[in-house]
Design a protein around this ligand. Structure first.
Ligand SMILES: *Cc1c(COP(=O)(O)O)cnc(C)c1O
Length: 422
């Protein structure tokens, strides 16, 4: 499917008068339409709730939009919990799915009443040691090991992942939790990442539903909610077919009827913790071409770099690029599109066929709405960009300012040199 940016050249030329490039911009209309579709797709389940994976896009303005539709927050750290709480999202609207968890994170999660999703059996004692008494509601993260396989091959490798309880530990874990007085139980698993197929959630759901039935039959633990977590992907490349959330919801409903309703467990709530699917396509990184370089290869140098979007450098991830104003021009030139880090992997694209590019052109790097700005860092003393919101009425709002050198130097504030940096 042809990838069309949600900002035009004219719009960007207008925006840069106030907010210079590079910046991430988010599409409010797209976010709203998508979250409505998600709600609709799972409306058959009375207890359904999406807990947005805050780590994907920890911006309060964006989280607030989702919260309007009843989405909660899935947090993985103390600061994400603090952010949710500050936004008035707490209690059972917060899922705390962490791993290798520091004591203070658990303490804070319990304080704001978040649902704690344990990553390991040893955390039962660890948590009890911190809190004195376990919360009434507890969830466990399951990792069946092996590979996660679907009709079209191996999707991911849970056996190689650090997360979750083994099957044996899971049964033992729930038995212990019950013995210690826990009243309400959840079951969680995240077995494959960025799946671009409508079959992932239904297949994962079936596996979890069957475990829930066994937990009831074998140890008398009644699961109140099943958390399908994240992993629903987006088409980063134009040739991929986007997931159909309605088909996914319907697929989960079918196995729910087959497995849970049949076992007289038709009141189990379905939770999700999607990040990428909720926000990924609705963010774009806009950057300006500042150099072209002709050496052993053809390079286009832009004013963004990997600190603004780490996925290409980190995973070799593909992000589609549109040259604004040249949407219809033939992709006749092969370029490496680079940032300015002293790291040769700081390339947004390698050997990419694009229209002929000139200095001053604006490039849109697509699908940066999740795990984009959030993964930013400060290597080479680079500063993280602003985040903007393109609102439904066409206006643009600043939702995070760009970093300044002052921010970069802020952690030196207790030293003498700090005064000279002002
Ligand atoms: C990262 C993460 C998510 C979100 O994953 P996406 O692929 O962005 O949907 C959800 N839950 C947990 C526990 C995670 O670590």
């Amino acid at each position: 499917m042809k990838k069309i940016p949600f900002v035009t050249k004219e719009k960007v030329e207008e925006i840069v008068k106030t907010y210079p490039t590079p910046f991430h911009i988010y599409d409010e209309k797209g976010i709203r339409e998508n979250v409505e579709a998600v709600k609709e797709a799972f409306s058959w389940n009375k207890g359904f709730k999406e807990y947005f994976a805050v780590k994907a896009t920890p911006n309060p303005f964006l989280i607030n939009i989702l919260h309007e539709y009843g989405c909660g927050c899935d947090c993985s750290s103390l600061t994400e919990l603090m952010l949710s709480h500050a936004m008035g999202i707490d209690g059972n609207e917060v899922m705390f799915s962490s791993n290798d968890t520091p004591a203070e994170d658990y303490e804070y999660a319990a304080k704001i009443g978040a649902i704690i999703n344990l990553d390991d059996i040893t955390h039962i004692d660890f948590l009890e040691g911190i809190l004195g008494k376990l919360p009434e509601t507890m969830s466990c993260r399951y990792n069946p090991g092996g590979v996660f396989q679907m009709g079209n091959g191996i999707m991911d490798n849970p056996g190689d992942a650090k997360y979750g309880f083994t099957t044996e530990q899971l049964f033992e874990g729930y038995r212990i939790l019950k013995e210690k007085g826990v009243q309400h139980f959840g079951l969680h698993a995240f077995l494959a990442s960025n799946t671009v197929t409508n079959e992932y959630y239904p297949q994962l759901a079936k596996q979890l539903f069957e475990v829930a039935v066994r937990l009831k039959e074998e140890i008398g633990v009644e699961i109140a909610f099943i958390n399908l977590s994240g992993g629903v992907g987006i088409p980063y490349t134009p040739d991929q077919e986007p997931n159909d959330i309605r088909a996914i919801g319907e697929g989960v409903r079918k196995v729910y009827e087959e497995v849970l309703v049949t076992a007289d467990m038709g009141n189990v709530a379905i939770y999700t913790e999607m990040g990428r699917f909720m926000m990924g396509p609705y963010g774009e990184l806009v950057t300006k071409v500042i150099h072209e370089k002709h050496t052993h290869k053809e390079y286009i140098g832009v004013d963004a770099c990997a600190v603004n979007l780490m996925r290409p450098a980190m995973y070799g991830a593909y992000h589609h690029i549109t040259v604004l104003g040249k949407e219809e021009s033939p992709c006749s030139h092969q370029y490496d599109v680079t940032g300015s880090l002293c790291e040769n992997n700081d390339k947004f694209a390698i050997d990419r066929m694009l229209p002929v590019i000139e200095k001053g052109d604006y490039l849109v790097i697509h699908d940066t709405g999740a795990h984009g700005h959030a993964m930013g860092y400060n290597y080479n003393g680079k500063l993280r960009s602003a985040e903007l919101l393109l609102k439904t009425d066409g206006s643009v709002e600043l939702i995070r300012r760009a970093e300044t050198p002052k921010d970069y130097f802020a952690t030196l504030d207790c030293f003498e040199v700090f005064d000279k940096l002002q």
